[in-house]
Write a protein that binds this ligand. Structure first.
Ligand code: HEM
Length: 515
């Protein structure tokens, strides 16, 4: 009897627990079913309908995001007009999610104006995690990975030579010279075209496309990106739709023309290597039609053109504020290179201070300071925190690069963190480290910047040659702000004044002779 009643008791308990499990393995908060044992991330309280939208500054939002991380922790959420956003503020969490769980964290949020109307779902940087993105990524990898990047070094040598020459001749125009290096390298790589003045039609047209994208994608530029329901408006009531059509036609025609020009040049026997040429030669193996490939190559140009220049301008800012590091950089270059030739790529393994200064510049003043958002495509639980599918994940580089446990004394420019064993980021051997491979300044996981090997080479050689050839310093009586940066996704210091002089007559002579 006792046995029968205890069996009955067990059955009842099993039925009750199955029932409880069935109906309470999740609970619901504002329409979201949350698995039992987990909770939604915390975050600042917003207002009805708009949520936290009115609290997010239109420019330099990463500063506010970092401040909130101090209050709500390294993984907190924001609601922006009904859309869920999660801000990540440590490298560990960013890697755990965006790299470790890359199969579900590698999409992009859909922006009706930029992804849809402007790009017609063709621009790889804005594509969701789909088949077209995968094919485009395969092409990008074949064009720009670590194994092929050394082939582009001659272009980087030529452009960094011209940079140094023009910088010495006309330092006031420094922004133009850095932008020409940056655009010159990727234009040559993408389409096999050399930039001479920077005023050629192909350069002007393509830079206009880049600037349009930057404007269109800026947070708050188009109401439809915040309120996608506006897409239901008919065209005659929606000027943004007519504008999107016009802008899309313009960029598609340009990207197509660039590819067709290369096709015609090859037919005429031209041998110049380029991304376009590589794609045309192996076209069937990538499974992309002409428009799709044209956008992949166009995107490589636009993603590479401004970013490298922005980083180099921050490098100049760091050198103006830190003469002690400029001296150390010059001492290293003098010892390795001497004064009878310019630094070359063979020197880079023996120039750890140059590499440390470049890396520290990207940590101290990240180009994509707010990070590029990924989108989660499946419900997930991370360390007890529930993250619903559809959430936009923002790896806030400004905060990630200021996490004091990984980067002690984070506000200050301290290249020694990459050079001395007492710092947590130090790695040996110094012929190899520091380097920029997989550095958080280039993003995370499957979406990590495919151009990082090219960017790394452009930055190292430009920094080495500028340091070898000139000394920059503060202008008497002129205060240079430590942080007065442009607005947008990619940021650079606003124009600042500094003195620049050649490090001796031999520099000018060598530059003249090399011409
Ligand atoms: C200092 C220079 C550069 C910086 C700081 C930088 C940074 C970044 C970042 C943060 C991302 C987003 C990664 C993510 O979503 O997690 C990205 C994506 C991208 N970058 Fe770069 N980048 C630089 C240079 C370049 C260059 C030189 C190229 C091309 C030659 C390039 C091509 C791209 C492309 C095509 C994407 C989109 C990848 C995708 O969505 O799958 N970048 N970059």
């Amino acid at each position: 009897m006792a046995i029968v009643s205890s069996l009955a008791g067990l059955c009842l308990a099993a039925i009750i627990s199955a029932f409880v499990f069935r109906y309470s393995s999740s609970y619901s908060v504002s329409g979201v079913r949350i698995p039992l044992g987990s909770k939604l991330p915390r975050g600042p309280k917003g207002v009805p309908i708009l949520g936290n939208l009115p609290q997010v500054p239109l420019t330099h939002s990463w500063l506010k995001f970092k401040e909130w991380a101090g209050q709500y922790g390294p993984l907190y959420s924001l609601s922006l007009a009904g859309n869920r956003h999660v801000v990540v503020s440590t490298e560990r969490i960013a890697n755990d999610l965006l790299r470790g769980r890359g199969n579900i964290y590698s999409s992009r949020p859909y922006l009706p104006m930029s992804s849809g109307l402007l790009s017609h779902n063709l621009r790889p940087v804005l594509l969701p995690y789909n088949d077209l993105w995968r094919k485009g990524r395969k092409l990008m990898h074949s064009l720009a990975s670590e194994s092929v990047a050394p082939a582009y070094e001659p272009v980087q040598l030529r452009e960094s030579f011209r940079l140094l020459k023009d910088l010495l001749a006309d330092p006031n125009n420094y922004e133009t010279w850095f932008e020409r290096l940056s655009a010159g390298v990727v234009l040559q790589l993408a389409y096999g075209k050399t930039v001479e003045t920077g005023d050629e039609p192909i350069v002007r047209d393509i830079l206009e496309v880049v600037h349009t994208l930057e404007r269109v994608i800026s947070p708050g530029a188009y109401l439809v990106d915040t309120f996608p329901a506006l897409m239901w408006l008919p065209k005659w009531l929606a000027p943004f739709k007519r504008e999107g059509d016009r802008l899309h036609k313009r960029e598609l025609n340009l990207f197509r023309k660039n590819i067709e020009d290369v096709r015609a040049e090859i037919a005429n026997g031209d041998q110049t290597p380029s991304f376009c040429r590589s794609w045309l030669e192996k076209e069937p193996s990538f499974g992309l039609n002409t428009d799709e490939a044209a956008y992949v190559i166009g995107t490589m140009f636009e993603a590479g053109a401004g970013t490298t220049a922005a980083a180099l301008m921050s490098f100049m800012l760091a050198m103006v504020h830190h003469p002690e590091w400029q001296r150390r950089l010059q001492q290293e270059i003098d010892a390795v290179v001497g004064n009878s030739r310019l630094p070359n790529f063979d020197d880079i393994p023996r120039l750890p201070t140059v590499r440390a200064i470049v890396k520290e510049t990207l940590r101290w003043r990240p180009v994509t300071a707010g990070g590029v958002p990924h989108q989660l495509i499946k419900d997930d639980v991370y360390e007890g925190v529930f993250l619903p599918a559809g959430t936009s994940i923002h790896p806030n580089q400004w905060a990630i690069h200021r996490d004091p446990s990984l980067y002690p004394d984070p506000e200050n420019f301290r290249p020694e963190r990459w050079l001395e064993p007492s710092w947590p980021t130090y790695r040996e051997p110094l012929t190899q480290f520091p380097n920029l491979q997989n550095f958080s300044a280039f993003g995370f996981g499957r979406r990590i910047c495919p151009g990082q090997a090219i960017a790394e080479r452009s930055l190292n050689i430009a920094a080495a040659r500028v340091g070898w050839g000139c000394t920059v310093s503060k202008m008497k009586g002129v205060e240079v702000p430590l942080y007065d940066y442009t607005a947008g996704l990619n940021v650079q210091p606003k124009r600042f004044l500094f003195e620049l002089e050649a490090r001796g007559d031999h520099i000018m002579r060598l530059l003249r002779e090399n011409v």
